[in-house]
Write a protein that binds this ligand. Sequence first.
Ligand SMILES: NC(=O)C1=CN([C@@H]2O[C@H](COP(=O)(O)OP(=O)(O)OC[C@H]3O[C@@H](n4cnc5c(N)ncnc54)[C@H](O)[C@@H]3O)[C@@H](O)[C@H]2O)C=CC1
Ligand SMILES: O=C(O)/C=C\C(=O)CC(=O)O
Length: 355
Amino acid sequence: MQAFTYTSAAARVIFGAGSLQHLVRETEQLGARRALVLCTPGQRAEAERVAALIGERCAGIFDQAVMHVPIETARHAREVARELEADCAIAIGGGSTMGLGKAIALESELPILAIPTTYAGSEMTPIYGITEAGLKKTGRDVRVLPRTVIYDPELSLGLPLPLSVTSGINAMAHAAEGLYAADANPIMSMLAEEGIRALAEGLPQIVLRADDLDARSQCLYGAWLCGTVLGNVGMSLHHKLCHTLGGSYNLPHAETHTVILPHALAYNAPAAPQAMQRIARALGSEDAAQGVHALARALQAPLSLRELGMPYEELDRCTDIALQNAYANPRPLERAALRALLENAWHGHAPVTGN
Ligand SMILES: NC(=O)C1=CN([C@@H]2O[C@H](COP(=O)(O)OP(=O)(O)OC[C@H]3O[C@@H](n4cnc5c(N)ncnc54)[C@H](O)[C@@H]3O)[C@@H](O)[C@H]2O)C=CC1
Ligand SMILES: O=C(O)/C=C\C(=O)CC(=O)O
């Protein structure tokens, strides 16, 4: 075993069906007297439920969270938090709502209590992203790491099936890249493999029965582990490509991860054989890239960039953007091979290993 450095970022996690009932206790534990509840417009009802549970400890609801945290929304939410003299942000929702909480915490150091309802995993990371003038910038800051996370699988029962599947594969992508990260360590690799396994087991069951609470629990557990990996080790080509496609072409986040992951794994496979073996084992497949592709196909997820609205004529420019700024990747970035990767992904072909 190689030497490694491991820093544990501790969050308090309350996990299990019905665990939202502990919200008041957890709010008190954070010392919050004036919590601002955050949500998307579509999850206003869930935010009102949270507000009702905490009663007079609720300072208000801000229901304008949107994907990729536009700076204007961040500024508005920060102003509302200041005006209401909020001393805590309670974020209920997916990565977009977590991201808004983080944008507030970045300036105010307000503690975040996170209640995730998708599998994106942002609640477990000190990573924030803010979009300004069409450009998404991400950074790491421990101030934005939620202090407490309540994982209640009952809250994910209403997550639409297509988003359940793509969000689950978004989570798997964190774990897959964590297994070949330059700063990988055995603890995160163990969580990564177990996270992929839990999602590979849970997602097909959800597709059979969307209200299967055990399967929803499996997936949320997997998302927790995969999010922890994202928060603790560096990501590579796959995440870079997805951020390029999401940030520059406004493609939907979880769906883009789903389309790209098999191709990014196929690209990196020759340079990261051990990681691929562990991903394949967790998927119960012979091959990591083909295994993810087969899972996405079986669960009727999108397979091509074309169906996500990516203009074909932009593939060259997208390749150029992905080649800008050096970042760690197990296989060196080669222009022709990357362009071929995007070509395959655009058409929705099966991944080609080591192309
Ligand atoms: N900073 C980080 O560590 C991470 C950040 N992200 C960011 O998060 C964003 C994507 O987050 P996602 O969770 O994929 O999507 P999202 O948070 O945008 O949610 C997608 C839609 O689903 C709805 N929704 C969420 N949970 C639901 C439920 N249980 N029932 C019914 N509807 C529900 C939301 O209201 C929203 O309309 C992106 O901006 C991405 O960059 C994603 C992963 C990690
Ligand atoms: O873009 C962000 O907000 C930060 C990280 C991620 O979105 C991770 C991901 O690509 O799923």
